[in-house]
Design a protein around this ligand. Structure first.
Ligand SMILES: *Cc1c(COP(=O)(O)O)cnc(C)c1O
Length: 355
């Protein structure tokens, strides 16, 4: 069975070496030496100033909203993974959906202004499939209306924009290190910011607000990453160049064989590619269904990322229509893409689609 993704398993001996270190130190969690090592190495690798590791990417979003004092309503995208919306609702924030651009599949900045009210405090937008949002336009609007910007960068590990990290933009950017992501710590995530005092606040918040053994200075929660997760991350990080090279080879193969008959995401010119996903748009919904069924008959299971669109989640009461998101969601499939996907299988997938 071929699925859309497969969790990467790094070198086992190296992982055991780190686990030996955990047994020696006896420290399993609470910002232990491996979490500290991974934070330092990731911040340097990604070229970001403050990176705080957390237990998963959904908590990363929730903590970013809390730390930035987001209240009331938040402008957001209908075309993302459900956590982008559920994290808002979980924090009692009101999501206001704004349709996406038909070409880059990210929130359409031209639609944002009409949806801002007196209660709006932030914009939460995803760099979908690692493609940069139209950040200059978003920043202009945010400045004019004093809104915070949080980017969900779960797909944007290692992506650059204008020759610096894409993760450096907005008031904060969050990452997910779930097992299905390009870089993973089994479960995990991170919050990235350029603001040192915000970073300090987040560090307190993820550990119950405990400032010292007998001092709790702020409301917090438990969102700590543990040493075993960090051990996996340290092993993964060493292999990222190798993983990316294998992904690129496969991404390029799909592009060469499918770009002329299918529509691809229009990627921002200033933005690099991390080859995390290979999404394609079919001509219409019936064609998408037929081809998906055909692939399934051959035990190939691409995924409809993203379906359902988030404004249609059962707990969303505001029934505004999002025609672009709806149309793309009906026609999209993410094709299988992972480092050891065999080229003979890719040929079969391309042949089946072209046929
Ligand atoms: C994976 C993902 C998340 C959630 O991350 P978890 O680590 O699974 O909690 C959030 N947003 C997007 C866009 C994602 O793809």
């Amino acid at each position: 069975m071929i699925t859309v993704t497969k969790s990467y398993l790094p070198n086992k001996e190296k992982l055991f070496h780190y686990i030996d270190k955990i047994y020696t130190s006896g420290q399993l969690t609470n910002h232990g030496p491996l979490v500290q090592e991974l934070e330092n190495r990731l911040a340097a690798y990604l070229k970001v100033s403050h990176l705080i590791l957390v237990a998963n990417g959904t908590l990363a979003l929730q903590i970013a909203y809390k730390a930035l004092n987001i209240q009331g309503s938040v402008i957001t995208t209908p075309f993302s993974f459900s956590a982008t919306t559920s994290s808002l609702v979980w924090e009692s924030l009101h999501p206001i959906f704004v349709d996406i651009d038909r070409h880059d599949w990210n929130i359409d900045p031209r639609e944002i202004e009409n949806n801002i009210t007196l209660h709006t405090s932030a914009i939460v937008s995803t760099h979908v499939f690692g493609n940069a949002c139209q950040m200059e336009a978003i920043a202009d609007i945010a400045k004019q209306y004093s809104l915070k910007i949080i980017y969900d960068g779960a797909h944007a590990f290692d992506v650059t924009y204008d020759n610096q990290s894409l993760l450096n933009y907005g008031d904060a950017t969050t990452l997910s290190f779930h097992a299905t992501k390009l870089f993973h710590t089994i479960e995990g995530g991170a919050i990235i910011t350029n603001d040192a005092s915000l970073a300090a606040k987040i560090r307190l918040m993820i550990n119950f607000g405990i400032a010292s053994p007998d001092k709790i200075t702020t409301l917090g929660i438990n969102a700590k990453m543990n040493e075993f997760q960090a051990a996996m991350g340290l092993c993964m990080l060493d292999e990222i160049p190798h993983i990316t090279a294998l992904r690129k080879e496969r991404w390029d193969y799909y592009e060469t064989h499918l770009a002329e008959c299918l529509t691809l995401q229009m990627r921002h010119v200033k933005c690099s590619n991390n080859y995390h996903y290979f999404p394609v748009l079919f001509a219409d919904e019936p064609q998408r269904k037929t081809i998906q069924q055909k692939l399934n008959e051959h035990l190939i299971f691409p995924r409809r990322y993203f379906y359902p669109i988030l404004n249609e989640l059962p707990y969303i009461l505001d029934k505004k229509l999002m025609p672009n998101a709806k149309d793309i969601s009906n026609r999209i499939l993410c094709l299988p893409l992972y480092p050891d996907l065999e080229l003979t299988m890719m040929k079969k997938i391309c042949d089946l689609i072209r046929e």
